[in-house]
Design a protein around this ligand. Structure first.
Ligand SMILES: Nc1nc2c(ncn2[C@@H]2O[C@H](COP(=O)(O)OP(=O)(O)OP(=O)(O)O)[C@@H](O)[C@H]2O)c(=O)[nH]1
Ligand SMILES: [Mg+2]
Length: 287
């Protein structure tokens, strides 16, 4: 039995999209790795691109920013435990395409097909969430400290300064309107860089409700027909080096010393931890 499944990975700039792709590609092909979905063969797609990403990933090198000139589609055939073969396509898109949707309210024609996928992975970098800044609170702190309010330089408002959750909710609403609307869809929300978030002692749902309450309420409210779930994902296991700038880190060296590169990966489902990065994909495929 076989079927097709288009899975789109969406997320703001530097949310971890490319790193996730590299880790998935590495893990489904690593000999002996234990995954819910198994590699079932090559299909048409951009192997050179994804192989280069996975090579960087294994070396503990940070991915480069995805270029804005043309996205690359990566396709692979994966097999479920029941033996269904599913063709999965992921676009590797630059985050600017998504922040542009928020800032300019336009969708590039070339992205429309991909954004109509029935399964969506939304990645939010748990380490770089930009919170709302409440002027009232800031003034209260300043006053409480007995300091005169600063004659601050006023910064003009610009869409890219908006809190992470505002941009992300808008993005999801975009996918549910106009020619991007395709009816009910599945959504896997991945809080990336989980290694940086784990110290808070919260599970992924709690991170969602405390650090991204607007997104949490939008999804729970069910205004748009998403069937959704949230995971914490560390696709690197820790910080990777910016080797293009000659960076060398002990933390990365320790990750390279693990027996299998796939041992770096952590996937958090509630309070259950595993290294199987295909679990959210298995849920998305729903077979
Ligand atoms: N600590 C930690 N950092 C991570 C992890 N995954 C990604 N990052 C970091 O997050 C940053 C962005 O990762 P990318 O995968 O390039 O993000 P992207 O969404 O593809 O970014 P653009 O292509 O620029 O839109 C990089 O500095 C990564 O090293 C992780 O599991 N742990
Ligand atoms: Mg990228």
């Amino acid at each position: 039995m076989s079927g097709d499944s288009e899975i789109s990975i969406i997320g703001l700039p530097e949310s971890g999209k490319t790193t996730l792709l590299a880790a998935i590609w590495h893990m489904v092909r690593e000999a002996g790795s234990v995954t819910a979905l198994k590699f079932d063969g090559l299909s048409q797609g951009n192997y050179e691109h994804v192989s280069a990403l996975a090579k960087r990933w294994r070396a503990g090198k940070k991915q480069q920013r995805t270029q804005t000139n043309g996205m690359k589609i990566v396709s692979m055939r994966l097999k479920t435990a029941q033996g269904h073969s599913v063709e999965v396509s992921f676009p590797d898109m630059p985050g600017e395409d998504f922040s542009g949707m928020w800032e300019k309210r336009e969708v590039d024609e070339a992205m429309v097909g991909t954004l109509r996928a029935t399964s969506i992975v939304l990645i939010v970098n748990g380490d770089t969430i930009k919170f709302p800044a409440w002027i009232v609170e800031q003034m209260a702190i300043v006053k409480g400290a007995g300091i005169d309010p600063p004659a601050a330089d006023l910064v003009d408002w610009s869409p890219h300064l908006a809190p992470t959750q505002v941009q992300v909710v808008e993005l999801l609403q975009f996918l549910m309107t106009g020619n991007l609307f395709v009816g009910p869809r599945r959504l896997a929300v991945l809080i990336s860089a989980w290694d940086e978030v784990a110290g808070d002692g919260l599970d992924p749902e709690q991170i969602l409700s405390t650090k991204l309450p607007l997104l949490d309420q939008y999804l729970r409210n069910g205004r748009d027909p998403w069937t959704w779930r949230v995971w914490g994902v560390s696709a690197q296991g820790g910080v990777y080096e910016d080797q293009d700038k000659g960076e060398q880190l002990e933390a990365t060296a320790a990750l390279r010393e693990l027996d299998r590169p796939s041992d770096r990966i952590k996937v958090m489902d509630g309070r259950t931890e595993s290294t199987d990065i295909t679990l959210p994909l298995e849920w998305l495929i729903g077979r």
